[in-house]
Design a protein around this ligand. Structure first.
Ligand code: NZQ
Ligand code: ZN
Length: 382
């Protein structure tokens, strides 16, 4: 087991009707900026609940943080924070709204441009405290210190790490309005967050392995019910929400190696082609598993046995069947698993490989996924 420090300060407030608790959780002595996405919260009643809970508070609203939040939009909110003396931020919506708010929180307390901050985290010097009401289970952003920011002008998308939300309210009933594609992407994102922190070396932590496998098995078990948009089941959506949070709040990462190559390659597909985050991951992961099948053999065999019940055949056969079971699961969510299905061709692969070559990118638990290996991974996913 590797050395680690675990400290997650986010207060998680979970359950039906809990948005009303905003009135006791938010600071009364600070001016608040409430941030939103494109309007889903107005259609599902979340906005009304937030406004009711904010009665008597001094607050402003900022609308329009788009999926894969763009720095161009976030700069406008940074201006509002500086001009209006904002002392607390509340993100209401999906992971993009919260991610964007995390960058706003740090960019609002420095002179430099928000994108400069993403490129050079050393510019960071504190942040406006922030919290969230999360309406989409996927990113785990509600209980981690990361955000992923896009730049429309340069076509880039990079992660940035600053601070944890003070609190996050998760009411599973807010997820009932999610369309099936977003549910599928959220299930896939959660699944692959856990995979990134699990599918590396064997034997580092049997305890973390079981926690990770528990989240993976839960996602596989609940997926058919989550996808049933016409019949929302509270306990199913609650399990989905909690799985997403537990998948990326640092818990399953304790003492174990991490990969994240699938995410880093996926971010490029989003940056270049606008493909939804979870959808990019399911295309890339089978390629990573196949190209790294020797390095990851022990863990792929363990995962195949414990999550998919694959115990028969030679090691190579079991690895093949495990990769295939993983891909079939993604297809059962209604997601594409090939680049060609998404209209992505060799030109995009070449651009990603060229970017990685220029940046000297090295990914994966062994830092051996360079531009050449990325090329092989992506070409087999065409
Ligand atoms: O913008 P609105 O109108 O609110 O609509 C959103 C958006 O169109 C809609 N939506 C959200 N909640 C809804 C809903 N529609 C109906 N009912 C609801 N309850 O869903 C659409 C997608 O929302 P978005 O916030 O973009 O999705 P998600 O939560 O999956 O966030 C994706 C972003 O998070 C980043 C991704 O890269 C991507 O930019 N990630 C953040 C991570 C983190 N902070 O730790 C880790 C992840 O790996 C990921 O990279
Ligand atoms: Zn993700």
């Amino acid at each position: 087991m590797n050395n680690f420090v675990f400290q997650n300060p986010t207060k998680l407030v979970f359950g039906k009707g809990e948005i009303a608790k905003l009135s006791t959780l938010l600071p009364k002595d600070k001016r608040i900026l409430v941030t939103f996405g494109g309007g889903s919260v107005k259609r599902n009643g979340v906005y009304d609940q937030v406004v009711a809970a904010l009665e008597g508070f001094d607050y402003l609203e900022f609308w329009g943080i788009e999926p894969n939040p763009k720095v161009e939009t976030l700069r406008k909110a940074v201006e509002v924070c500086k001009r209006e003396n904002i002392g607390f931020l509340l993100a209401v919506g999906g992971g993009s709204t919260l991610d964007g708010t995390k960058l706003i929180a740090s960019a609002a307390v420095i002179e430099e441009d928000a994108w400069e901050l993403v490129l050079n985290p050393k510019l960071q010097c504190g942040n406006i405290p922030f919290a969230s009401v999360m309406t989409l289970p996927a990113t785990g952003s509600e209980m981690n210190r990361g955000c992923v920011i896009s730049n429309l002008a340069t076509g880039e998308k990079f992660a940035f790490y600053n601070a944890y939300p003070t609190f996050s309210i998760l009411d599973p009933t807010t997820t009932y309005t999610l369309p099936s594609f977003q549910r599928a992407c959220g299930l896939a994102d959660t699944f692959i967050h856990v995979i990134e922190q699990y599918l590396t070396y064997t034997g580092e932590s049997p305890l973390m392995d079981r926690w990770a496998e528990g989240v993976l098995q839960t996602i596989v078990e609940i997926a058919p019910k989550v996808l049933n948009v016409s019949e929302n089941d509270y306990d199913t959506m609650a399990s989905f929400m909690l799985s997403a949070t537990m998948g990326l709040n640092g818990f399953v990462a304790m003492g174990v190696s991490q990969d994240w190559a699938t995410h880093r390659i996926g971010h490029e597909l989003t940056a270049l082609c606008g493909i939804t985050h979870g959808q990019t991951l399911v295309v890339v992961l089978p390629g990573v598993m196949n190209e790294l099948r020797d390095q990851k053999a022990g863990k792929i065999l363990q995962y195949g046995e414990r999550v998919w019940g694959i115990t028969e055949g030679s090691a190579q056969e079991r690895i093949d069947r495990t990769i295939s079971a993983t891909e079939q699961f993604f297809r059962s969510l209604g997601l594409a698993t090939r680049l060609s299905e998404l209209g992505v061709g060799e030109d995009v692969v070449e651009e990603i490989v060229s970017r990685f070559r220029t940046r000297g990118t090295r990914l994966g638990e062994a830092l051996n996924i360079d531009y050449a290996l990325t090329d092989r991974i992506l070409r087999q996913r065409l």
